[in-house]
Write a protein that binds this ligand. Sequence first.
Ligand code: HEM
Ligand SMILES: *[C@@H]1O[C@H](CO)[C@@H](O)[C@H](O)[C@H]1NC(C)=O
Ligand SMILES: *[C@@H]1O[C@H](CO)[C@@H](O)[C@H](O)[C@H]1NC(C)=O
Ligand SMILES: *[C@@H]1O[C@H](CO)[C@@H](O)[C@H](O)[C@H]1NC(C)=O
Length: 493
Amino acid sequence: MVNELLIIVLLCLMVWGYWRNHGADDAYPPGPPTIPVLGNLWTLRFQLHHDTFIQLSRVYGDVYTVWLGHIPVIVLNGYRAVKEVLSSHNEDYIGRPVFPLFMDLMGEKGIVLTSGHTWKQQRRFGQVVFRNLGLGKGNMEMGIQEEAQSLLTLFATQEGAPMDPSPWIMHSVSNVISALVFGKRFPLENKAFQELHKATELVVAAPGTFWARIYDLVPNIMRHLPGPHQRAFHYFHTMCSFIQSEVQGHHEMLRNGSRGPGQERNVIDYYLTQISKTQGDPNSTYNEENLVHLVADLFMTGTETVTTTLRWAILYMMVFPEIQGKVQLELDTVLEPSHVIAYEDRKRLPYTNAVIHEIQRFGNIVSVGVVRKCMKETKLGRFKVPQGTIILPNLSSVLYDPEQWKTPREFNPQHFLDENGTFVTKEAFLPFSAGHRGCLGEQLARTELFIFFSNLLQRFSFHVPEGDSDVRLDCVQSATLQPYPYRVCAVLR
Ligand code: HEM
Ligand SMILES: *[C@@H]1O[C@H](CO)[C@@H](O)[C@H](O)[C@H]1NC(C)=O
Ligand SMILES: *[C@@H]1O[C@H](CO)[C@@H](O)[C@H](O)[C@H]1NC(C)=O
Ligand SMILES: *[C@@H]1O[C@H](CO)[C@@H](O)[C@H](O)[C@H]1NC(C)=O
C-alpha cells in the first residue's frame, strides 16, 4: 500500500515537480547534496528524526542545511549555536513555520502554530491566565497534588504485580490539564476523554511520519487520497467539536449568571471574558476559533510531554536501583510522613531535584526540538538567511553536548550537583527550549514532574518484573522519544 502510494506520488512529481527550483542556494549553509524535487528526503528516508542526521552533523558541522523537497531547513547543533538563536534578546527567530499538512489540519490559530501579531496576543493571554489560575501561588499545585494521590491509589491496586504504568500516568497528567482548561477532571473510562487522547496521539505523532513528508510535498494530491492522514483529520475535528461543546457550556454559565467577569475558574472562562473585553478592537485576535485551538494546543502539548517524562522516570528508577534508593533515603530523611509534597520542597531535596533534571536531560523527549521561522532577513554566521527560512535548533545536541556535560551519554545525577551535594542549575539544560518562544508550560511541567515523582518514590519501590530481563533504555521514535513499552512492579514501601 505504502509502496503503491509512493509510486503514484513520484509519477505526479515527475509531471509537474520539475517546475520548482531551489532559488537562492547560496543563502544557506552547505549541506548534503540534493536531488531534484526530493531534495534530501531520499537520504533521510522521508523521516525527520532519522539516524542519518548523526552522520550529517559529523560531516557538515554545527550548522548545515537539509532540503525537505524544495524547502530548506537550517539545522543547528551544539550549545553555542543553539543558544545564540534561542536567547531571549533574539527576536529574529521567533516565528513558527507551518507545513501544508498542519496548515490543512489546524491552520494558523492558537499558540503553537501562529506567528506575529496573533501569536503575541494568544501567548500573552496564555501567560496571564496561567498566572491568574495560581501557578506559583498554590491553587494549581493543589490540583496536581490531588492527581498524584489518585495515581498512587491506582498503582496500589496492583499490589506489586507487573503492570504497564503508562495509561494511568497519562490519565492523571491529562486531568491536570483538563482541570486547567475545562474546569473538570474525567473518569478513566470516559469515552470523550479517550477520543481526546487518540486525537492527541495522532496529531502529535504526525510530523515525524513518512506520510507527512509526502503530504507536505504534494498536498493538492494527498488532500484527496485516503490514508493515515485522514484519520488525523477525523480525530482532530472530533477534538475541536468536543472543545466547542465545552465552550458552549461555559457560555451557558455566563448567560445564566453563575459565572462572570471576576469569577473565572479556568482557561475557557478567562478567554470568554477576554473576547467580550476586546469586542470592537479591530486588532483583537481573541475569538472562538482561536479559543478552540488554544485549548487544543494546551491539551496536546501538556499531556504527552509530561507523561513520557514520567514513564522514563519510572524506567530509570527500576534500572538504576542505587539512585532510586538514594532518592528515597533523602525523601524519608527530609519529609515528615504526613507532609503534602509541594514544589517548594525541591529546595530541601537537592538530590531528588537533580535526579529529575537528569531524567529530563537523559530522556531528551523532544529530541531535535521544534522548528522556528525567521521573521526577517538575518545574519547567521557568514550567511544572510532570507525571511521565512526554517531553523531547527537541535535541543538533543545541547542536552548531550560533550563540552557541557561530564558524562553526556550516561545517566548521572551528579551533572546537577556540586561537590557538597548542593543542587546547581546548568545553562545547557534546555529541554524546554528557551527565550520568548520557549515552552509556555515549563513552570507547570516542572511542578508536575516534581510532585508526581516525589510522591511515587516516597510510596513505592519500582522493580523489574521477574523474567523481564531485557529492559531497553533506547527509545521508540514517535512524536516524542518514548521508552519501549515496559512492565514494572510498584511495591509499597
Ligand atoms: C516535560 C514536559 C515538557 C517539555 C519537555 C516541553 C518542551 C517544549 C518545547 C521544546 C517547546 C518548543 C519551544 C520552542 O519553539 O522553542 C514547547 C512549546 C510549548 N509547550 Fe511545552 N514542554 C513540556 C510541557 C508542557 C506543558 C505541561 C504545557 C502546558 C500546557 C506546554 C505547553 C507548550 C506550549 C503552548 C508551547 C508552544 C509555545 C509557543 O509556540 O509559543 N508544554 N514545549
Ligand atoms: C541532533 O543532535 C543529536 C545529538 O548530538 C544527534 O545525534 C542528531 O543527529 C542531531 N540531529 C540533527 C538533525 O542534526
Ligand atoms: C491596531 O494596529 C495598528 C497597527 O499595528 C495600530 O497603528 C493601531 O493603533 C492599533 N489599533 C488599536 C485600537 O489598538
Ligand atoms: C563546599 O563546602 C566547603 C566547606 O563548607 C566550602 O569551602 C566550599 O566552597 C564548598 N564548595 C562549593 C562548590 O560550594
